[in-house]
Design a protein around this ligand. Structure first.
Ligand SMILES: Cc1cc2nc3c(=O)[nH]c(=O)nc-3n(C[C@H](O)[C@H](O)[C@H](O)COP(=O)(O)OP(=O)(O)OC[C@H]3O[C@@H](n4cnc5c(N)ncnc54)[C@H](O)[C@@H]3O)c2cc1C
Length: 377
C-alpha cells in the first residue's frame, strides 16, 4: 500500500513544482496552491549549476532549460576593464558529464518550463489560492483554503519560500530569516561573451552569466547596513554608483544606466536574507521544503539546486519507506548536510566580501564547496 495517496503542495516555486512533478509520477494525487495569481516570479536571470542541471534531468526538464537558456563550461576572470586574465574550466557534475558545467536562464522562462511540466504531470494547480486553516490528526491533514473549499490530505508540503507561513506550524519558535548585510543587484544586458565572466574591481567584483543566445545577466553584491526599502526609481543611479570602478563592457552599461538609453533596463535589487533550520523538518504530516527550511544567499548559485535535491530526496523516501514518519526523518537526515554546506559556505563568502577578508579563503571555499556538490546526492 502506498505511504501517501493525496498530497498538498503549498507554493508553486522551484521546489514545490519539482516535488509535485516527482510525486505525481508515482501515481500520487497532488494538489498545488500558489498564492500569486500570475505565477510569474520576480527576478532577472538565475544560474543553474552543474549539480542543479543533473537534478533537473531527474525532474525531466533539463533539455528545455538548456534549449531556452545559455550555458558555459568555463569562467573568464577579467580585470575591471574587461581584459581576460585567466580562464577557469568548470567540471560538469559527476553522473552528468554530458551536460554543461553550468547554465543560466531568465527566471520567468524557467518558471514557465517547470509550470508546463507540473501541469503535464497531472498535478491539480490552483493559482491565487492559499490555505486559511490547517489542522491535523494521526490519519490526515484537514485544510481550509482561501477560496472557501476544504480537503483532506495524507501529507502537506510547505514549499512556500523564505517567508513561509506553513513554517509556523512546524517550527513555531523560529524567529525568522536573518539579514546577511549584503544586497543583490541584477540586470539583464546583451550577451558579450561565450563564457561566464567575472570582473575584478578594486573593492568589489561583478559578473555576467549568459541566460540565452543573446542575453546575459549582470550580478553584483554590495554591503548594506539594513533592509531598508529602496525606491525602484533610484535603482539605476545607485547601481551606476556601485559600478564606478569598472570600465569596458560594465563601464558601457553604467553609462547607459545614467543616460537612461537602455531599451529594457530590467533591474532588480534585493536585500539578502537567509537561514538554516535544524531538523526534523516536519511535524506530524506537514513537512517543509526548499527556502522555507534552508534559504541561502546566492554566492554559490545553489539555492534552487538544494530545493530541487530536497524534492528528489523527499519523493524517493516517500516511495521506498514503510512509514511516513520514517520517510520524513530520512528526508531531512539525507538532505541536511548538503543544504547546510551551501548555506554556511555562502554565508561565509558574504562575510569575507563585507569585511574585505582573505581572497585565498574566498577562492578555497568556492572550489571546495563546488567539488563537494559535484558528487551525487
Ligand atoms: C537575489 C537572489 C539570487 C539568487 N540566485 C540564484 C541563482 O543564481 N541560482 C540558484 O540556484 N539559486 C539562486 N537563488 C536562490 C533561489 O532563488 C531559491 O533558493 C529558490 O527559489 C528556492 O525555491 P523554493 O521553491 O523553496 O522557493 P521560491 O522559489 O521562493 O517559491 C516559493 C513559492 O511559494 C509561493 N508562496 C509563498 N507563500 C505562499 C502561501 N502562503 N501560499 C501559497 N503559495 C505561497 C510564492 O509565491 C512562490 O511562488 C537566489 C536567491 C536570491 C534571493
Amino acid at each position: 500500500m502506498a505511504l501517501v495517496n493525496k498530497v498538498l503542495v503549498v507554493g508553486g516555486g522551484i521546489g514545490g513544482m519539482s516535488a509535485a512533478i516527482l510525486l505525481s509520477r508515482q501515481g500520487i494525487h497532488v494538489d498545488l496552491v500558489e498564492q500569486n495569481p500570475s505565477w510569474a516570479p520576480d527576478g532577472a536571470g538565475i544560474t543553474i549549476s552543474g549539480p542543479t542541471l543533473r537534478s533537473l534531468r531527474e525532474v525531466g526538464v533539463v533539455d528545455e532549460v538548456l534549449a531556452a537558456g545559455g550555458f558555459w563550461n568555463a569562467i573568464d576572470v577579467c580585470d575591471a576593464n574587461g581584459n581576460v586574465e585567466a580562464t577557469v574550466p568548470i567540471e560538469p557534475a559527476i553522473g552528468a558529464q554530458d551536460l554543461p558545467g553550468a547554465a543560466g536562464i531568465m527566471r520567468t522562462t524557467f518558471a514557465d518550463i517547470l509550470g508546463r511540466a507540473t501541469r503535464n504531470s497531472g498535478t491539480n494547480i490552483r493559482l491565487g489560492v492559499t490555505f486559511e486553516m490547517i489542522t491535523q490528526d494521526a490519519e490526515g491533514v484537514e485544510v481550509l483554503f482561501t477560496d472557501g473549499s476544504r480537503a483532506r490530505y495524507d501529507l502537506v508540503i510547505g514549499a512556500d519560500g523564505v517567508n513561509s507561513q506553513l513554517r509556523k506550524l512546524v517550527k513555531p519558535d523560529f524567529p525568522g530569516p536573518r539579514f546577511t548585510g549584503q544586497g543583490s543587484w541584477r540586470a539583464v544586458v546583451p550577451r558579450v561573451a561565450k563564457n561566464s565572466t567575472i570582473y575584478m574591481g578594486k573593492t568589489i567584483k561583478a559578473g555576467m552569466n549568459p541566460i540565452s543566445a543573446t542575453e546575459c545577466y549582470l550580478f553584483v553584491l554590495d554591503k548594506r547596513e539594513g533592509m531598508d526599502f529602496i525606491e525602484p526609481g533610484m535603482w539605476p543611479q545607485l547601481l551606476a554608483e556601485l559600478l564606478a570602478e569598472f570600465g569596458g563592457v560594465i563601464g558601457d552599461f553604467r553609462r547607459a544606466l545614467l543616460d537612461c538609453s537602455l531599451s529594457k533596463p530590467r533591474l532588480l535589487y534585493r536585500p539578502l536574507i537567509g537561514h538554516m533550520i535544524d531538523g526534523p523538518w516536519h511535524r506530524g504530516r506537514i513537512v517543509l521544503l526548499g527556502d522555507a527550511i534552508h534559504a541561502t544567499t546566492p554566492h554559490l548559485a545553489s539555492g534552487s539546486g538544494i530545493a530541487i535535491e530536497g524534492a528528489i530526496i523527499l519523493a524517493e523516501e516517500i516511495e521506498r519507506r514503510r512509514s511516513l514518519e520514517g520517510a520524513l526523518l530520512a528526508y531531512a537526515g539525507r538532505h541536511y548536510d548538503r543544504a547546510q554546506l551551501v548555506v554556511s559556505a555562502s554565508g561565509r563568502l558574504g562575510e569575507i566580501e563585507r569585511e574585505g577578508g582573505s581572497k585565498e579563503e574566498h577562492t578555497r571555499i568556492i572550489v571546495e564547496t563546488q567539488n563537494a556538490l559535484r558528487f551525487p546526492i
